[in-house]
Design a protein around this ligand. Structure first.
Ligand code: HEC
Ligand code: HEC
Ligand code: HEC
Ligand code: HEC
Ligand code: HEC
Length: 468
């Protein structure tokens, strides 16, 4: 036993190991106590307490036996004592040492079990995903916080349930931590996410494709670029449809269990070539016009097959980036922007400029809006300078929700595939040009998807009919 204690204290490796263990477990314990008392340190404290220091602690624990083994080997070479201690529990002193070692090991096991559990909790928190890698995920996190899914955790869409995806995501998460540390990630982060877990196992935990939505009336508020920012309304009756007992119809027909649509596209999924459709006994293959040309495959470059699911249309369920027009229209409609003369036109122009940073955008946009009113409406500028300045700040804020110069994210970087106004969206297939050998096409007939009941009208008759 004496040799063992000597081996432990005589060699520097074990001494360093023991020091590391004492030091890091004291820190983990203190941080844990702080949390128990209610001290909120944010994600960084969690990362330190449950990821970094437990790892340091483990290194310390490994160093101790390594040092002892080395020291024992040296001792054996010198012909001193046995390699391992002879444990004779008849000695009171030995009993106490063994008990202490057992007790300390139990404490270590508890620390590691808690750290593992808490560490996983930390890694699954939105703060970790969205803000710990702050500048990297800032665009996604900002868009997410304003979306209908702001209360759904990142992991519920990006990982889902089950051990295999958990392990897979932790591996890719580890890679992400490395790529952030060494600055290897791409700016902007690429889209689409090619290894996103299938929607069947994420979205469908909360939504189900067999739910029949039916027709949905949508009233879209817009404004004219005139002095009064005249309100305009677009009214759509969307045929969302869904699964019906006999046969499905409408937009959600694509995800009916009896329907399977497979397509081949470039990695961006913006250019779609073959579309294969199977609906009960019917099968059809639509080819893009480009495919009739000789050597089209070389021109198209890398191609991949994919089976259509929710994310082919709802690719922006939560990271929703808007357009200057939509942001200003929504803010005017909600009363977040006052209807100052020509504000829509001026705000959109100011947001369309290039700025190097959010700070530059805040200064530049406010300056531009103030400049316009100073020049064109000097009396208004003189009587309500605060309103104009506040409006400039608000417009700048709308810009910072969507454009992130540090990540090279600008208007249109992440196209939204719902509809066809802000990107090609549905028209990637519904272009009346993808055709079968018999000349049948994927329809672009407006009525297939919706009735346009009013289109940018000041006072739509249909809303009077509805007594709106
Ligand atoms: C409602 C489900 C959902 C939630 C919640 C969610 N995401 Fe996403 N995320 C998606 C989908 C869908 C995509 C894009 C899929 C595609 O086009 O390939 C995506 C894409 C991304 C991308 C790639 C860049 C892009 O925008 O295409 C990043 C990074 C990302 N998410 C991070 C996060 C973070 C961080 C959180 C939590 C703050 C989060 N996500 C929460 C569904 C979700
Ligand atoms: C953990 C549950 C959960 C998951 C997972 C989830 N959602 Fe949702 N989703 C919701 C809730 C709750 C709402 C309603 C929010 C509201 O009405 O404000 C919603 C709303 C929606 C809406 C309507 C949005 C709107 O503008 O009103 C769409 C579309 C949608 N989800 C698509 C998706 C897609 C696509 C996925 C997978 C990438 C997904 N959801 C994953 C819970 C979830
Ligand atoms: C072919 C494109 C497409 C596919 C595929 C698709 N959706 Fe939709 N979905 C739409 C459109 C378009 C709307 C109506 C959008 C609007 O309200 O502005 C919609 C509406 C919704 C809504 C809102 C319904 C409501 O009651 O207001 C939910 C939730 C939703 N989809 C979930 C899903 C889920 C989950 C899947 C996958 C199983 C899916 N969608 C597949 C296009 C699609
Ligand atoms: C990957 C290709 C693809 C995309 C993207 C796509 N569709 Fe389709 N869609 C099809 C095919 C194929 C058919 C079936 C055409 C046929 O049977 O002749 C179809 C049929 C439809 C139908 C008719 C369903 C019925 O029988 O009642 C509607 C409505 C529709 N799509 C709406 C949409 C909307 C809205 C979007 C965008 C949000 C969209 N589609 C995006 C491939 C696509
Ligand atoms: C393949 C389905 C499909 C076809 C075909 C289609 N649309 Fe649409 N359209 C949509 C969807 C889905 C939306 C709603 C997007 C949303 O929820 O924001 C939409 C939105 C619109 C809007 C409102 C845009 C906005 O945000 O202000 C107008 C206007 C419109 N469509 C006109 C047309 C006209 C005109 C045609 C015929 C040339 C047509 N659409 C054909 C699916 C389709």
């Amino acid at each position: 036993m004496r040799n063992f204690v000597l081996a432990l204290t005589r060699n520097p490796i074990s001494m360093v190991g023991a020091a590391i263990v004492t030091f890091s477990s004291a820190i983990v314990f203190t941080l844990f106590l702080l949390e128990v008392v209610g001290f909120e340190g944010g994600p960084y404290i969690g990362i330190l307490a449950y990821l970094i220091f437990p790892a340091v602690l483990a290194i310390g624990l490994i160093l101790i036996p390594i040092g002892i083994r080395r020291e024992n080997r040296h001792a054996a070479q010198r012909g001193e004592g046995p390699l391992f201690p002879v444990i004779d529990l008849n000695h009171g002193r030995t009993r106490r040492i063994v008990l202490t070692v057992v007790a300390l090991s139990v404490v270590n096991v508890i620390i590691f079990a808690t750290a593992t559990y808490k560490g996983v909790e930390v890694m699954e928190s939105n703060e970790f995903c969205g803000t710990a890698c702050h500048s990297v995920m800032q665009p996604e996190h900002t868009a997410y916080v304003r979306s209908p899914h702001a209360r759904v955790k990142c992991v519920e869409c990006h990982i889902g349930a089950g051990a295999d995806w958990f392990a897979k995501s932790k591996l890719s998460g580890a890679w992400q931590v490395i790529s952030v540390t060494f600055n290897l990630y791409s700016r902007p982060i690429g889209t689409p996410v090619h290894d996103l877990r299938p929607a069947r196992e994420t979205c469908e935990e909360c939504h189900w494709p067999t739910r029949f939505v039916g027709n949905k009336l949508r009233v879209i508020d817009r404004h004219a670029d005139d002095e009064a920012n005249t309100p305009l309304k677009t009214v759509l009756l969307l045929r969302v449809g869904g699964q019906r007992a006999d046969d499905s119809h409408g937009i959600h027909w694509h995800v009916d269990p009896d329907v399977e649509i497979r397509y081949r596209s470039d990695p961006s999924r913006e250019n779609i070539y073959d579309v294969e459709m199977r609906h009960r006994e019917t099968t059809k293959t639509f080819l893009s016009p480009l495919q009739a040309e000789e050597g089209w495959e070389e021109e198209a470059g890398e191609l991949e097959w994919r089976t259509m699911d929710c994310v082919d249309c709802h690719n922006r369920p939560t990271h929703i980036y808007s357009t200057p027009e939509r942001e200003v229209d929504a803010a005017l409609a909600a009363g977040h922007l006052p209807s100052l003369p020509y504000l829509r036109r001026e705000a959109i122009a100011a947001m369309g400029e290039d700025y190097d940073s959010h700070e530059a955008a805040r200064a530049g946009i406010r300056e531009r809006i103030e400049g316009f009113y100073r020049e064109s409406y000097p009396e208004m500028m003189a009587s309500q300078p605060d309103v104009v300045a506040g409006t400039g700040d608000r417009v700048a804020e709308l810009y910072t929700f969507n454009v992130f110069p540090a990540m090279n994210v600008t208007w249109g970087t992440y196209p939204d595939h719902i509809g066809h106004e802000v990107s090609t969206g549905c028209y990637r297939c519904h272009d009346d040009e993808h055709a079968t050998a018999d000349g049948e096409t994927i329809s672009q007939d407006c009525q297939v998807c919706h009735s346009v009941l009013a289109w940018d009208e000041e006072d739509p008759e249909v809303l009077d009919t509805l007594e709106f």
